[in-house]
Design a protein around this ligand. Structure first.
Ligand code: CA
Length: 229
């Protein structure tokens, strides 16, 4: 049975979420203030965390950041804040999803299930298949450094392959161009962040069905890029 932690200070909403999740056979723990929620999240192993943003004592952004420093547990933010900037901030802190209040409880349950199975698939694939990662129609063999898109092998330069692997292994995390440049090119190369833009473009040409509507590598305007699971 999957264990879900809900951190929410509005009792009516917390109860609604709990009821719907328990009906779908999840084991639910409730915390109603930010401080307790953060401690519970860090001390225990949950399969998924549902997080409100405006909370007494410690806000949801802080909690999200603290969890991400230690754990990869999927996080769904549910907030009354509708501004894009809050959504971007939440996602760039490592949240996996963002829903605004009022929301449909059945949609919440559907998203919880989707995130759990994605997370499970990712961790299982990594362990069982020994360095072969498969996401939708993309297959990456890390040992052989080969990549297939919809069954067709694509050729990648060394840096393109490193960049793709880094993004795939850190899914849903938003990286700035500066961070990607530092990570992939380190100090061994003369270049600048425009190099990252060029490489992202090349990756998209190889792995996306439609480069103007990318399904794998998403641009978060004003922030950077993230690999979508
Ligand atoms: Ca609240």
């Amino acid at each position: 049975m999957s264990k879900i932690l809900i951190i929410e200070d509005e009792v009516a909403i917390a109860d609604l979420e709990k009821d719907y999740l328990e009906l779908s056979n999840f084991e639910v723990t409730l915390e109603s203030n930010g401080q307790d929620g953060m401690v519970t999240a860090l001390k225990n192993d949950f399969d998924l965390i549902i997080l409100d943003l405006m909370l007494p004592e410690v806000d949801g952004f802080e909690i999200c950041k603290a969890i991400r420093e230690e754990k990869n547990t999927p996080i769904i933010i549910i907030s009354a804040k509708k501004d894009d900037i809050d959504k971007i901030r939440g996602l760039s802190l490592g949240a996996d999803d963002y829903m605004t209040k009022p929301f449909s409880p059945s949609e919440l349950v559907a998203r919880v299930k989707a995130h759990l199975s994605r997370y499970e698939r990712l961790t299982n694939v990594g362990q069982v298949k020994n360095s072969v990662i498969e996401i939708r129609d993309l297959k990456i063999d890390k040992t052989a450094r080969r990549v297939w898109k919809a069954g067709i092998e694509k050729n990648f330069t060394s840096k393109e392959f490193d960049l793709l692997c880094f993004l795939v292994e850190n899914p849903n995390h938003v990286f700035t161009k500066e961070e990607l440049f530092k990570e992939i090119w380190k100090m061994d190369s003369v270049g600048d962040i425009a190099t990252v833009t060029v490489h992202i473009k090349k990756l998209r040409e190889k792995i996306e069905n439609n480069t103007s509507n990318p399904q794998y590598i998403e641009t978060i305007w004003g922030v950077g890029y993230r690999f979508k699971l």
